[in-house]
Ligand binder design. Structure first.
Ligand code: ZN
Length: 192
């Protein structure tokens, strides 16, 4: 399992609700935490590892021996309040950062890995992180939420990501669109 980079098509997939959790999925989530820590991230969505299902993981401390490991399954955001701008990055766009404006406060309703409902009103970094990861489940990336002016300044970097992705793809690393669609079908028929 690897973190897939922009502009992999699975990052633009609107993920399907997760209908069941089994031992394989639990070990996949364990692997996702390990990958996230390796990349020093605080959040990782399932479609960032090629799995088009509605869940993401968070540990705001970005380290296995610190903070709290949280899994958000089928999250729903509501009651957005306020607005604030801060710099974001993304493990699917390594070394790229940009300012994004988002609601300051948000309510999240989700399920945890044990199938129990989880609800919280979030602020600060936690709120921003959950909004960023929820966006992934809808195929939205933080670069989509940057102002046109800010996005113009990263246009060349995005082109470099595209060129790198195309060349890896031509070497067979990611498969063609049909192969990627087949992996979506497999995940969805098993879990969605
Ligand atoms: Zn991201």
């Amino acid at each position: 399992m690897k973190i897939i980079p922009y502009p992999h098509p699975t990052l633009r997939r609107v993920s399907k609700p997760l209908r069941r959790v089994d031992a394989d999925l639990k070990s996949l989530i364990r692997e996702m935490f390990d990958l996230m820590y390796e990349a020093r991230g605080i959040g990782l969505a399932a479609n960032q590892v090629g799995v088009p299902l509605r869940f993401f993981i968070v540990n705001l401390e970005a380290a296995p021996d610190k903070g709290e490991e949280l899994v958000f399954i089928n999250p729903v955001l509501s009651r957005a309040k306020g607005s604030g701008e801060a710099e974001e990055g993304c493990l699917s766009l390594p070394s790229l950062y940009g300012n994004v404006s988002r609601p300051k406060q948000i309510r999240v309703d989700a399920y945890n890995l044990q199938g129990q409902p989880y609800s919280a009103t979030l602020t600060g970094l936690f709120s921003r992180c959950v909004q960023h990861e929820s966006d992934h489940l809808d195929g939205v990336m933080f670069i989509d939420r940057m102002t046109d002016f800010a996005r113009a300044s990263i246009r060349e970097t995005l082109e470099e990501f595209q060129i790198d992705f195309d060349s890896r793809r031509s070497m067979g690393e990611y498969g063609d669109d049909a192969a990627i669609a087949e992996t979506w079908r497999q995940w969805e028929s098993r879990y969605a």
